[in-house]
Design a binder for this molecule. Structure first.
Ligand code: UT7
Length: 330
C-alpha cells in the first residue's frame, strides 16, 4: 500500500544543435529519403558534436524541467537517469548531472533499460515518492546513440538521433488533479541478443579487434524487434488499462516510444485509438532511445496540446528486451 501519490510537476527537453535530414544521409550512404520516410516516418534527427556527451544534453533538459516546475533546486531529493549511452561506463551520468546542479549529497543513479529507460526510471521515482522516501525526483531520459552507431549498417544508422528529456516527479497533494495512476514494467532477457552492443563491457572488453569489427556499435535485428515492439507495448498498455478498470476511450493522449511510425500506427490500431490522440514527433528527432517520450511530452505540454488533467498513457519498448507503460493524469 502506498502512503502518498506521485505526480508530474513539469517536463523539460533538449536536442543538440546539429540537424541532419534524409537528403543529407542520401549524400553519404546508400539510402533514399523515400525509403526512410515510408519505412520509418523519419525526416530529421539531431546529432551531438564530438565534444558533447549525454550529461551535456541531460543538464539542459533537467534545468528546463525544474524551472518549469514550482520545485526549488534544493528540494530535489533523488536523481535518476535512464540511459545506455552515459558519459562513461561509470560513474553514473545521474552523478555528473548532480554535480552540475550543485546537489551534493542527493542520491543519483542510472537505470539501463534501453529505449524503455525513461519509463523504468519513472517507475522507480514513483515508488520512492509513494513510499515517502522522496518528495521531488528528477527523472531524465537521455541517449546519444550516434556515438555508438554502425555507419556501415544502413538498416540502423539512419534511425538514430541524440536528445534528452526530463520530468520532475513530486508528491501529489490531496486536492491535486495531477497523479501518476499506475505503471507496469516488464522484461524478457532471453531475447537480449536481438538488440545489443556486443563489445566494451566485461564480456568482450575493448580491443583493437573489437573496434575494427565495429562491435562497439548498435546491433539490431530490425524485423524481429518490430514485431516484438507492437506486441509488447500493446499487451502492456492493455493490461495497465484493464487493471485500472479503464479503457482506451478514457485516454486523452498516447505518448509512445518513437522508433518507427509504422510501429506507432500498429499499436494505435490494436488499441483502437485514433492517430489524432497519439503524440508523434519522430519526423523531427528520429529514434532518440530513452529520450523520445520525455521529448514528446515536453513539446506537447509546452504547446498546450496536453493540458493539466488530461489522461496520458506512455509506452516504450527497447533493449533487454524491456518494455513498460505508465498511466497518469497530467
Ligand atoms: O528503439 C528500440 C526498438 N527499435 C525498433 O523498434 C526498431 C524496429 N524495427 C524497425 O523499425 C524496422 O525493422 C527497420 C526500420 C529497422 C527496418 O525496416 P524493415 O521494413 O524491417 O526493413 P528490412 O530490414 O526488412 O529491409 C527491407 C529492405 C532490404 O532490402 P532487400 O533485401 O529487400 O532488397 C534492406 O536492404 O530495405 C533495405 N534497406 C534500406 N534501403 C534503403 C534497409 N535499410 C535501408 C536504408 N535505405 N536505410
Amino acid at each position: 500500500m502506498s502512503i502518498y501519490k506521485a505526480k508530474f510537476s513539469a517536463f523539460g527537453s533538449h536536442a543538440p544543435a546539429k540537424v541532419v535530414n534524409n537528403f543529407d544521409l542520401e549524400k553519404t550512404m546508400d539510402t533514399t529519403d523515400e525509403w526512410i520516410r515510408t519505412r520509418t516516418g523519419m525526416f530529421e534527427r539531431h546529432y551531438c558534436s564530438e565534444d558533447e556527451a549525454a550529461s551535456d544534453l541531460a543538464i539542459i533538459a533537467a534545468t528546463n524541467a525544474i524551472e518549469a516546475s514550482l520545485v526549488k533546486y534544493k528540494d530535489i531529493d533523488l536523481i535518476i537517469t535512464g540511459t545506455v549511452t552515459g558519459d562513461h561506463a561509470f560513474p553514473a551520468t545521474a552523478c555528473i548531472v548532480q554535480k552540475k546542479l550543485g546537489l551534493k549529497g542527493v542520491p543519483a543513479f542510472d537505470v539501463s533499460a534501453g529505449c524503455s529507460g525513461f519509463i523504468y526510471a519513472l517507475d522507480v521515482a514513483k515508488t520512492f515518492v509513494e513510499n515517502g522516501s522522496a518528495q521531488n525526483v528528477l527523472v531524465m531520459g537521455v541517449d546519444v546513440l550516434t556515438k555508438i552507431t554502425n555507419w556501415e549498417d544502413r538498416g540502423t544508422c539512419v534511425l538514430f538521433g541524440d536528445g534528452a528529456g526530463a520530468a520532475v516527479v513530486s508528491r501529489a497533494q490531496r486536492n491535486d488533479i495531477s497523479q501518476i495512476i499506475d505503471c507496469l514494467i516488464q522484461a524478457d532477457g532471453s531475447q537480449g541478443d536481438l538488440l545489443y552492443q556486443a563489445a566494451g563491457g566485461s564480456r568482450m572488453p575493448a580491443s583493437h579487434a573489437t573496434v575494427d569489427k565495429n562491435l562497439h556499435t548498435v546491433y539490431m535485428e530490425g524485423n524481429r524487434i518490430f514485431k516484438n515492439a507492437i506486441r509488447s507495448m500493446y499487451s502492456s498498455t492493455d493490461e495497465l488499462l484493464k487493471r485500472n478498470k479503464m479503457s482506451a476511450e478514457d485516454v486523452d493522449w498516447v505518448i509512445p516510444h518513437q522508433a518507427n511510425l509504422r510501429i506507432i500506427e500498429g499499436l494505435a490500431s490494436k488499441l483502437r485509438v485514433p492517430m489524432e490522440k497519439v503524440i508523434v514527433n519522430i519526423e523531427k528527432y528520429g529514434n532518440t532511445s530513452s529520450a523520445t517520450i520525455p521529448l514528446a511530452l515536453d513539446e506537447a505540454t509546452r504547446s498546450g496540446k496536453i493540458r493539466r488533467g488530461d489522461v496520458i498513457l506512455l509506452t516504450a519498448f527497447g533493449a533487454g528486451l524491456t518494455w513498460g507503460s505508465l498511466l497518469a493524469r497530467y
